[in-house]
Write a protein that binds this ligand. Structure first.
Ligand code: COA
Length: 211
């Protein structure tokens, strides 16, 4: 793992994860996902093959936050992963891409407009901070790190709809200038309504610049 933020006073440490490191820490990453989303135990078994396949996609990039082991307290101490995020370049053969395209068509977007948004984007696929570590801008740090120096024109993500956009994920995305692409959208096989949000890249541009 290559440290990204190396300030010794900052714990946890934000690190880039190579594909191999991500695979090695897959169970830890999935445990964070299940705890953060409040999903029933066992969900991780269904997700494991999907996350494993995602790593192979073009433009995959992953980051994590680890609490370094304290060697003075435990002889066999190991770093503890407390947050994880990844994404990759969106492409027409991907299920998520096809779902969003269908959703946009049903919403009345013209093909030109759809192509403009879907022909060059990074999909922010997962972003999760363990509940014990939430509320300290760790999610924001991971997201900024992941989107830093991306070559794509924009970034898209989906997040569950919540009343009044009142949760940390929504506040984070709005704070960083994500705007509505699709609202109350139902992905095939899932009854929950989702929002698809997006913004232009790079993030350095005006944070109010939606897609
Ligand atoms: C969404 C999630 C990744 C955000 O990560 P996080 O580290 O908890 O949150 P952030 O990085 O946005 O930090 C938020 C906190 O930083 C603080 N903060 C934010 N902006 C600040 C500022 N300008 N100055 C000072 N403090 C600030 C606030 O306490 C804020 O908490 P609040 O949103 O409740 O007010 C995380 O909460 C999570 O994993 N949630 C569950 C899973 C989930 O929803 N994932 C996304 C699915 S799409």
């Amino acid at each position: 793992m290559r440290p990204v933020d190396t300030n010794a006073d900052q714990i946890p440490l934000v690190v880039e994860l190579s594909a191999a490191e991500f695979r090695d820490r897959l169970q830890e990453a999935l445990a964070i996902y299940v705890a953060a989303m409040g999903y029933p135990r066992g969900t991780e078994y269904h997700r494991a093959p999907m996350w494993t396949e995602h790593v192979q996609r073009s433009g995959w990039c992953g980051v994590g936050a680890v609490v370094p082991a304290d060697p003075s307290t435990e002889s066999d101490a190991v770093d503890r992963l407390v947050a994880v995020a990844y994404g990759y370049r969106g492409a027409p053969e991907q299920w998520w891409h096809q779902q969003v395209r269908t959703g946009l068509r049903h919403t009345g977007w013209t093909l030109d407009r759809i192509d403009t948004i879907l022909d060059d984007y990074f999909e922010l696929t997962e972003l999760h901070v363990h509940p014990d570590a939430q509320g300290h801008r760790l999610g924001e740090t991971l997201l900024l790190r992941l989107l830093d120096r991306r070559p794509e024109r924009g970034v898209l993500l989906s997040t569950p709809e919540v009343a009044d956009e009142d949760n940390r994920a929504w506040r984070l995305y709005r704070r960083l200038g994500f705007t509505d692409v699709l609202r109350h959208f139902r992905f095939a096989g899932d009854n929950r309504p989702f929002a698809v949000l997006g913004r232009n890249l790079p993030l350095g541009r005006s944070l109010s610049a939606g897609l």
